[in-house]
Design a protein around this ligand. Structure first.
Ligand code: SF4
Ligand code: SF4
Length: 550
């Protein structure tokens, strides 16, 4: 196997024997083949749209196939084989759609090669042999390291935005233009040769597309559940039977809350579900009692200690330990072999497991944090914030956030947040916030110094806030007293990074390490064009930023 799609990749170069995430060689190969198959579907779907034909099953399939291969989503080889079977069926559907549309338009259809011509092998060995021909290593032999690294940058960006598109479509929000663009990008990536410049332009175009998809998801979330509002959330357990919900899916949480109403079960969020406590349409359920635990990489310890049932709605799942494997459940695209999957949002098995478990036997000491500073909430105090900057009460804003992971170097973000001077405000989002969100940051004239914008899915909010500040100060985002200190782990972070680059944002600090898939040549281009830089030490970085030295 060879995989270098996430930050924790082995030795900082690539996982070759077993994924650090727990992915084995079979799963890695089947995921590679699924991406190949999705490209083949997109080759036909893109051409079909050009002659006026489209199909929602095809559109949704491509998004789901991409999302399925994100780090820490699907570890189940049987399920991946089902996805591959479906890919062939959907590809045939897209092909028929294209040929029919050509016939109606009096055009000769193209005869497509490459991924479009893939026929799934009949058994696992055959699939693995096919996968070996389309993985990163084989393509590097043909295209070179620089080009494949940038192709993968594009693919990972598409995987990330597919996650956002999937969450939006689950809530009934589709964007035909986005589906069309996803197919177009995937089709582009099936070429036999690339120029470095065209790949960089493609990556930035994917960043632009991701901004639209994040806006779509923002609309889906806020139209369904209302705008997040500043909310005090309990972060310690209360006595009673319990279910903890992790992942990112708001709809799953809502359905679970409906199904547990009146059953004497308390529901907790975990990880990236924390921001759900701030949505009016979710916090209205009184048995949503707060948040349990921290970020995803602590789940094995935290879930083992949790005396109830666990629902993992999307990434990031880790290998379930035997002591909780029977009481963890998956939903949506996430899968682990041997873990019960809830495919239809009938959460009865989760409820039964919660009732069978002891629950918390007593109330813990009450501790709370405040969340819910999405773009709508912050726009409401924009005038106050602008005045505070003009008067000198607020000197600088730091956006510290992104995806968290398990590397020791990630303590950088805790140390950085602690070292931020008292006259500066910290905006945060995604699971990286758990590095410091339970610390006391106080406020500046009533404006909290730590403003939790939400999930990684809410990066759109951060962009909106930065744009509004830029407008108020009659500058662009680069002209603001705002610095971005980003942590990355998986492919949603890649999509967001591409969006920020598309917006022309310079001087971002990225850590704890730079992506292994980008070669020094590709990184140099990013450094020259966007002055992107690796994090160093909190002291040095803070000093440079506050001295105005970018
Ligand atoms: S997803 Fe990350 S940890 Fe898992 S195999 Fe790939 S690079 Fe390794
Ligand atoms: S923000 Fe990224 S790393 Fe964190 S839980 Fe979500 S997908 Fe995983």
């Amino acid at each position: 196997m060879f995989c270098y799609q996430c930050e924790q990749t082995a030795r900082g170069t690539g996982c070759t024997v077993q994924g650090v995430c727990g992915k084995d060689a079979t799963v890695a190969a089947l995921q590679d083949l699924l991406i190949h198959a999705a490209k083949g579907v997109a080759q036909y779907a893109h051409r079909a749209r050009e002659v006026g034909a489209k199909d929602r099953d095809v559109d949704v399939f491509v998004v789901q196939a991409l999302f399925t291969t994100i780090t820490n989503v699907d570890f189940d080889p049987d399920r991946l084989r089902e996805w591959l079977k479906k890919a062939a069926t959907i590809r045939d559907k897209a092909k028929a759609l294209y040929e029919q549309a050509c016939a109606e338009a009096g055009r000769e259809p193209e005869v497509l090669a490459g991924p479009a011509a893939w026929t799934p092998a009949g058994d696992l060995d055959g699939l693995l042999a096919q996968a070996a021909q389309v993985g990163v290593e084989e393509r590097r032999k043909a295209l070179g390291d620089d080009a494949v690294g940038l192709v993968e940058l594009c693919i990972y960006g598409l995987k990330g935005l597919a996650a956002y598109a999937d969450h939006a479509q689950v809530l009934g929000k589709d964007d035909d233009d986005a589906y069309a663009a996803i197919h177009k990008h995937l089709d582009f990536l099936t070429k036999d040769a690339f120029q470095i410049d065209e790949l960089l332009a493609e990556a930035l175009a994917i960043g632009e597309l991701n901004l639209k998809v994040m806006a779509l998801l923002d609309a889906a979330n806020t139209e369904t559940y209302g705008h997040p509002e500043p909310t005090v959330v309990r972060v310690t357990p209360v006595k009673g039977k319990a279910i903890v919900v992790s992942g990112h899916d708001l709809k799953d949480l809502e359905e679970l809350l409906k199904q547990t109403e009146g059953k004497g079960i308390n529901v907790y969020t975990h990880g990236e579900m924390l921001p759900c406590n701030a949505y009016p349409g979710l916090k209205k359920y009184t048995h949503l009692v707060g948040n349990y635990g921290g970020a995803w990489q602590n789940q094995q310890k935290e879930f083992a200690e949790f005396p109830g049932a666990i629902l993992m709605t999307t990434n990031c799942i880790q290998r379930p330990r035997p002591d909780y494997k029977a009481r963890i459940f998956t939903s949506g695209l996430v899968a682990w072999p041997g873990v019960t999957h809830i495919a239809d949002r009938d959460f009865s098995p989760v409820i039964e497991a919660a009732l069978a478990a002891p629950g918390f036997t007593e109330d813990a000491e009450e501790k709370t944090i405040t969340i819910g500073f999405g773009h709508n909430a912050l726009m409401g105090v924009a005038g106050q914030v602008v005045e505070a900057v003009k008067s000198g009460a607020i000197r600088h804003f730091f956006l510290i956030g992104g995806c968290d992971g398990a590397r020791p170097g990630r303590s950088y973000y805790t140390d950085f947040a602690k070292a931020v001077p008292d006259d500066c405000v910290i905006l945060t989002l995604a699971c990286g916030k758990y590095r410091f969100n339970k610390l006391d940051f106080d406020d500046i004239g009533g404006i909290p110094r730590l403003l939790d914008v939400g999930q990684c899915n809410d990066a759109y909010s951060a962009v909106q806030i930065a744009s509004a500040l830029a407008e108020a100060f009659e500058t662009d985002v680069n002209g603001l007293p705002l610095s971005m200190i980003l942590s990355w782990y998986e492919q949603k972070a890649v999509a967001i990074l591409l969006t920020l680059l598309h917006l022309g944002i310079r001087n971002m600090r990225l850590g704890p390490t730079l992506p292994a898939f980008l070669t020094p040549a590709a990184l140099n281009v990013l450094v020259e064009k966007f002055a992107i830089k690796p994090v160093t030490t909190p002291e040095e970085d803070l000093k440079a930023i506050l001295a105005g030295d970018a």
